[in-house]
Design a protein around this ligand. Sequence first.
Ligand code: GLU
Length: 547
Amino acid sequence: MDTMKLAELLFPHVTATPEELEARFPERKVPEGAVITRMAPSPTGFVHLGNLVQGLVAERMAHQSGGVLFLRVEDTDAKREVPGAVEVLIDTLAHYGIRFDEGATKTGDCGDYGPYRQRQRADIYHVYAKKLVQQGDAYPCFCTEEELTQMRADQEAKKVNFGYYGPYAVWRDRPMEDIQAALDAGKPWVLRFRSTGSVENQFKYTDLVKGVLTVTENDIDQVLLKSDGIPTYHFAHAVDDHLMRTTHVVRGDEWLPSLPFHLQLFRALGFKAPKYVHIGPLMKMDGTSKRKLSKRKDPELALTYYKAEGFPVRAVYEYIMTLLNSNYEDWRKANPAASSDEFKFSYKKLNPAGALFDYAKLCDVSKNEIARMDAETVYALATEYAGEFDPDFARVLKGDPDYAKAILSIGRGGKKPRKDLATWKDVKPYMSFFYDEYFTSEGFAEGFSADTIRTALEKFLAVYDFADDAGVWFDKVKAVTADIGFAADMKEYKANPDAYPGSVADVSGFLRVAVTGRTNSPDLYTVMQLLGYERTVRRIRAAMEAL
Ligand code: GLU
């Protein structure tokens, strides 16, 4: 077969050469050991937690080594593409703080190694497609869908491996006349790789996460270019990651089965293969067994979920760091105020089998994250969230920012900050009793008569002075307690509980329910100070009336 002639026949329009492309996209000038990597998502309209996990690994590996992270949009599968998905993708990754140095942006491309959208790179792929044909490493295949379906049915009946290989690779060694005739007849064709691998052979490969793997050679003549001239993922991956000078490919381990083929392709193209970092899927416990997070069953796989639930972006980021590197949590405890960039991230600590997603843990991390924020930040982020998901509450928050911030300041800062909030959704139930329009009461705890409660509240009102400091205020609560025959001293009460009908804790509880409507609340003195004298008294009176 005259492969030079075949190449001309298939790609008459291609005049550029691989050498020209090599010169156009030279090796990058980066320090020794710098990682050049990328995120290469397909714009399906659905951005999931796994994208973020991969993005973060890639981002850390690049930036920690003084390298480059770029964004490449893999839009070769037009059937799957959703309008606006590229924008959604770019916005979402930016929202979660993945910082790209170059690549696709909403307003076009940024960087010297583009275009960064694969559909704009067709002419580049064709240069290498032509080269492979010239070398005898690729050939056209004119099989129709029906023929391929038939082939699969035959393979199923014979119980042999599926795919276009060996005797099933019917166009692999066809004479030029047949190809010419098919082209003349205007038949659509795909370009296939001529594999020289055998499933009898295995070889060792070291993945940076999975470790040493024993893999079987690929014997299938995979498609490189589809009939519209657009490459498959495999071919585009090899060409793009070579020309964009990627040193490390961080991707999902669903690509691991294609690895032998990818290595063959790099070899045939004369490219040095990148190092691979294959990330396991996110898992979750389902009863007692582990399973992959699924798009269908698990809403928490979608990144939109975290926004709607009101998890701060930083909390999701911190949580992923704890998932990726088990020592992150201790580091964070020791360095509460440090930027996460100061943590020494290591891909070696990634769990090869995939990280276990744990919602309760995410909430914990998020509580810590919110506890570290100042009231001003909490106010701003909670108001932003409410603006999108609870406009009525946003109006209330914006109605009196100082009041809201004062409420959010309770128990903030200091060594042991309060950890009431895991999400921005929690802010409303946490603060609502401070606002008359949201105030509701759980009612008083059982076990005390209405008379006892009423008497305690009445006595408190008689001595309540807004100007008292916390110490004097509490002394008064204790005095009321003693006055109704309850134990004012908790130690005494605990030593001899049967001697009293109740204690100062119970009396505080009456006041708490009267003022906040709940049995649990932040420090009651502070709450009363924030509510103000009139509102406090009004609520206590109303509670007495309702008894
Ligand atoms: N477009 C591929 C995907 O979304 C990218 C895999 C890769 O990073 O190479 O799975």
